[in-house]
Design a protein around this ligand. Structure first.
Ligand code: ADP
Ligand code: MG
Length: 394
């Protein structure tokens, strides 16, 4: 994106989205936690000034006698549109990512924001945050209310929210306590929607804050070896802004802008958690959703770039089916790749940076997708082989 802007000096610099691409990829590095410091974790990620992330191999770092003797070929560098260092606060992230989407949403365009990354990398902190330090979902809603209040002259607005999770390819309402599995429906009047999902008309950002904490506590969480609580569900907050003219005409069109904000399931590989049986199946499903999301983004970027009309594989997962409206067309997408600085997260961090790099890479070809699928399947072939050998031992 940066390169495109430089090549087209006529484009507005303040506009974070260029005309050619509607996908912006940011990386957020979190600081080491207290427990990690106590346990002598060390940092293997460094943010260089020019929006470059430097990832070092922890083994190489431990073997080095001094910094200068380090084998630089073991370093990996990745460049992104925006890179947030460990001391970046929630408001800074907001100002440089979703804030730029708000005008479009009020005008009736769709947008999508993802937090991607392994469990413990900071996705929920980024999207939901803490009560005293709220994240992107709250800050975005707050800004929406403020903007709407300012523009309310001949128009009236209503902000509506829903909050759901996709767990194991099943959709559940997070705004009520229920085990009911909801179905995705597609029809000409409502488009793609989740039948029976709670949609709440909200009147203040504080009201949304309460809903977010309630819904997040309601998510399916399972204990794994990786972390005390590993989130294997995708949480999707959908914010709708309805805009009407304050006229008597009941037949007048309603403008609806939709913003989907998604706290994705952990992207760590199922193999690493040594999960077996049902848990591994969940891992496979989650990876399928994430893989499918990556494939859709790649295909969209490719179409945008070449003016082609290649098939977008939305139907491959619940997540991509649900986001069909907001990912395609005139919609804008922000992906925030969350990473941990810890030496123990080397594999995950490397995986996340590669995924994010692919998402931003407008040169991505279909061939690359196919390679990715093959590697993905081979991972599971290996796990299945392992499982089979366990069974034969029994
Ligand atoms: P995830 O949702 O990706 O599994 P969390 O958002 O729960 O990860 O973050 C893991 C831990 O790290 C939490 O205790 C969280 O408060 C902390 N954390 C994450 N990001 C930051 C940050 N940018 N600054 C400070 N603490 C953070
Ligand atoms: Mg989380």
């Amino acid at each position: 994106l940066i390169r495109i802007e430089e090549a087209n000096p006529g484009l507005e610099v303040t506009q974070n989205f260029s005309k050619q691409s509607n996908i912006k990829v940011a990386v957020r590095l979190r600081p080491l936690g207290e427990k990690e410091i106590d346990e002598d974790h060390f940092e293997i990620v460094q943010i260089l000034e020019d929006k470059v992330v430097l990832l070092r191999d922890p083994l190489e770092m431990m073997n080095q006698k001094d910094f200068l003797s380090m084998n630089r070929s073991k370093e990996k560098r990745f460049a992104f549109d925006t890179v947030f260092d460990k001391d970046s606060g929630q408001v800074e992230i907001f100002n440089n990512t979703t804030k730029t989407l708000i005008d479009g949403i009020i005008e009736g365009y769709n947008a999508t924001v993802f937090a991607y990354g392994a469990t413990g990398a900071g996705k929920t902190y980024t999207m939901i945050g803490k009560e005293h330090d709220p994240g992107l979902m709250f800050l975005t809603i707050k800004e929406l209310f403020e903007r709407v209040a300012k523009t309310q002259s001949d128009k009236s607005y209503q902000i509506k929210v829903s909050f759901l999770e996709i767990y194991n390819e099943m959709i559940r309402d997070l705004l009520i306590i229920t085990n009911e599995v909801l179905e995705l429906r597609e029809d000409s009047t409502e488009g793609i929607h989740v039948a029976g999902l709670t949609v709440i008309d909200v009147d203040s950002p504080e009201e949304v804050m309460d809903l977010l904490f309630f819904g997040n506590a309601n998510r399916t969480q399972e204990a794994t070896n990786v972390n005390a609580t590993s989130s294997r569900s995708h949480a999707v907050l959908e914010i709708q802004v309805e805009q009407k003219n304050k006229s008597e005409d009941v037949n007048e069109d309603i403008n609806i802008g939709k913003l989907s904000m998604i706290d994705l399931a952990g992207s760590e590989r199922a193999a690493r958690t040594h999960n077996r049986g049902i848990r591994m199946v969940e891992g496979a499903m989650i990876n399928r959703s994430l893989l499918s999301l990556g494939n859709c983004i790649n295909a969209l970027v490719e179409n945008m770039k070449n003016g082609r009309n290649q098939h977008i594989p939305y139907r491959d997962s619940k997540l991509t089916r649900l986001l069909k409206d907001s990912l395609g067309g005139n919609s804008r997408t922000v992906m925030i790749a969350n990473i941990s600085p810890s030496n123990l997260c080397y594999e995950d961090t490397s995986g996340t940076l590669k995924y994010a790099n692919r998402a931003k890479n407008i040169k991505t070809t279909i061939t690359k997708n196919i390679q990715h699928v093959e590697r993905h399947i081979s991972e599971y072939t290996k796990i299945i082989a392992e499982l089979k050998s366990e069974i034969s031992v029994l």
